[in-house]
Design a protein around this ligand. Structure first.
Ligand SMILES: Cc1ncc(COP(=O)(O)O)c(C=O)c1O
Length: 389
């Protein structure tokens, strides 16, 4: 089928919710994607932070095909080995206690929010139900995740959203302290991704944790984009010297297989009892086998993420370009603050064979596979310099 025919199928039959680039990918291999003309692209986007182990990693392919041939889905009325093993692994990596498996980031965050409300209702009363999030945050597209999202532009057209959310300025502990009754939890992204790749201040996050402990608000982290090694530790909160009561995860956890969920700590894990939460496709043996294979591969890479992120940022800053105001981020979650429209640069980079993203109003965003090699970093820097240098 020609590109024109494929595009016509999308135009005629797919809801027009995305502004797609004129590229049709047919194959992925490691850090590269190939389009239908055979053109090769270096992937610095990982499908928006999902393909954490690159494309078609042989260990991932072997694990997924073996599991697909054995058992794909049973429903959550029964036990399967991959689900138990992946939950144990995620508890070990996070230091928290109990996992719920869902499918996407928004769904994972909704579960965390339900946990916070139930915890607070059990201990106090129904009126103590407000979840505080930060301005510039992004937590997903369902009506409740949109209500949590601290960006008005996402709220337009979809009112009324789920009530019970308050948004405060990031890095302003006074704004949080000023809130009085009714709060049950604070939900943070350690690095605000979609908002423009802004890491939260260390002192701020520690002050939030202290306030949460004093007021018995649950401290929750949305680790959908920052988690699973992306920022240089298995979960980004681990670089902030705090212990949350719950975290969500999705994107990179299963290397491209749709899987998400949340993990609760000791304090909140009793909030749910059988029947209070569920997801038909959550934690299938196939998804969990993909997750186990992904985490197994990443064990050899997470320790090197901070260095590779630094290498990329140093390389970009060394351009000394007037088009670049600076870089920000954590690990391999990188924002390049640019003069002008970041989307225009992303389009030009794509034409030259480098896949990047934009974020917020000023950032070209890089979320490469965590398996990226130093040679591939240098190859990407050459293209970045052609466009941004
Ligand atoms: C921090 C964060 N939370 C939640 C989401 C929503 O995830 P999903 O699109 O899987 O629902 C995203 C997606 O970009 C995200 O970056």
């Amino acid at each position: 089928m020609s590109f024109t025919e494929t595009k016509a199928l999308y135009n005629d039959h797919v809801l027009q919710t995305y502004a797609r680039y004129d590229v049709c990918f047919v194959k992925g291999e490691g850090s590269y994607l190939f389009d239908d003309t055979g053109k090769r692209y270096l992937d610095f986007s990982s499908g928006i932070g999902v393909n954490s182990v690159g494309h078609a990693h042989p260990d991932w392919v072997a694990a997924v095909t073996a599991q697909a041939a054995a058992l794909v889905h049973t429903s959550n009325l029964y036990y399967t080995e991959p689900g138990g093993k992946l939950a144990k692994k995620l508890c070990e990596l996070s230091g928290l206690n109990s996992v719920f498996f869902a499918n996407s980031g928004a769904e994972a965050n909704e579960g965390l929010i339900k946990a916070a409300r139930k915890y607070s209702e059990d201990k106090y009363d129904k009126n103590r139900h407000i979840v505080v999030t930060l301005k510039r945050s992004f937590h997903g597209r369902t009506l409740t995740a949109l209500a949590a999202t601290g960006q008005d532009s996402f709220h337009t057209h979809f009112q009324p959203l789920t009530p019970g959310f308050t948004h405060v300025e990031p890095d302003d502990i006074g704004a949080l302290e000023a809130l009085d009754g009714g709060v049950c939890a604070v939900l943070l992204e350690a690095v605000q991704g979609e908002g423009g790749v802004y890491p939260l201040d260390q002192g701020y996050v520690r002050a939030v944790a202290k306030l949460c402990a004093e007021r018995d608000w649950l401290l929750l982290f949305d680790e959908v984009q920052t988690g699973i090694g992306r920022c240089g530790s298995w979960f980004a909160f681990r670089q902030y010297d705090v212990i949350p009561d719950g975290i969500s995860f999705a994107k990179g956890v299963a290397g491209g297989f749709p899987l998400g969920g949340f993990i609760l700590g000791e304090k909140a894990k009793g909030a749910f009892a059988p029947g209070l939460h569920g997801a038909t496709f959550g934690g299938t043996p196939l998804g969990c086998a993909a997750g186990l294979a992904t985490l197994g591969i990443l064990e050899g890479f997470v320790g090197d993420v901070a260095r590779k992120g630094r290498l990329l940022r140093d390389g970009i800053e060394a351009f000394g370009s007037a088009k670049i105001r600076g870089t920000r981020g954590l690990g391999m979650m990188i924002g390049i603050s640019v003069e002008g429209d970041p989307k225009a640069y992303v389009k030009e980079l794509l034409a030259r064979g480098l896949i990047c993203l934009s974020a917020g109003s000023d950032a070209v965003r890089l979320l490469p596979p965590l398996t990226l090699s130093d040679a591939e970093i240098n190859e990407g820097l050459v293209i970045l310099k052609e466009v941004l240098g």
